[in-house]
Design a protein. Structure first.
Ligand SMILES: [Zn+2]
Length: 235
């Protein structure tokens, strides 16, 4: 796949002017009581957990299953905890993840973290999509602890997502917290909703990218980034 052409295309499309990064987590924080613990910590959480488990039990019945049989009787609780975990990105704050590990540093070359594992769920089918995320930025006096970049990927992956928005949110969060000279994010993912059902294209990988600042304006910077990740992909 021609990454360069793809990035060119994306770079010319405007990203959301009001920003994606913190909007929903605050909204969701107000409503969400679901937890991944075995026992709810507050009466509200316990009630929310019980509601979700009942929904899963009901779903099993609607699928033609017997939720009381041995293999399934703990399934509603397992699914509830698993879903709570897989969507806990809603209640995490990107400022908290990135902002606590900023360091003053006068380094002005590209910082690249590639092949970050990424697991998310598509919002259309609630099926997983998974793959890799590559993040690069050019610092503007501040760098971030490298372990924080995979955590920001998790934060936006653990929601119901579309890959394009996930990619943009990661780039915008880094942009908002670090104010770098530029940031580039490329994601490559396999979508189980395409592979297991529908068109059943087993090997089609979807690419998305978001380029901000110098990565958007400067062809050379963008090419350097895309070459670096392509080099790895060829191995
Ligand atoms: Zn889907």
């Amino acid at each position: 796949m021609d990454l360069e052409a793809h990035a060119e295309f994306i770079a010319t499309t405007e990203h959301s002017p009001n920003g994606y990064s913190s909007h929903y987590s605050r909204e969701a924080l107000k409503n969400r009581q679901l937890t991944s613990s075995k026992v709810g910590e507050t009466p509200e959480e316990e009630a929310a957990n019980a509601r979700v488990e009942n929904l899963i039990r009901q779903l099993l019945i609607e699928l033609g299953e017997n939720p009381e049989r041995e293999g399934l009787n703990l399934t509603p609780s397992r699914v509830r905890r698993s879903l709570a975990f897989l969507t806990d990105g809603y209640v995490k704050d990107p400022q908290e993840v990135l902002g606590t590990a900023l360091f003053e540093e006068h380094y002005d070359e590209m910082v690249l973290v590639r092949d970050i594992e990424m697991y998310s769920m598509c919002e259309h089918h609630m099926l997983p999509f998974y793959g890799k995320c590559h993040i690069a930025y050019i610092p503007n006096g501040k760098i971030v602890g490298l372990s924080k970049l995979p955590r920001i990927v998790d934060l936006y992956s653990r929601r119901l997502q579309v890959q394009e928005r996930l990619t943009t949110q990661i780039a915008e969060a880094i942009n908002e917290v670090l104010h770098p000279i530029g940031v580039g994010v490329v994601t490559e993912a396999y979508h189980l909703c395409m592979m297991m059902r529908g068109v059943q294209k087993q090997n089609s990988m979807t690419l998305a990218s978001c380029m901000l600042g110098d990565f958007k304006k400067d062809q050379k910077t963008r090419s350097e980034f895309l070459n670096l990740i392509q080099h790895v992909r060829g191995n």
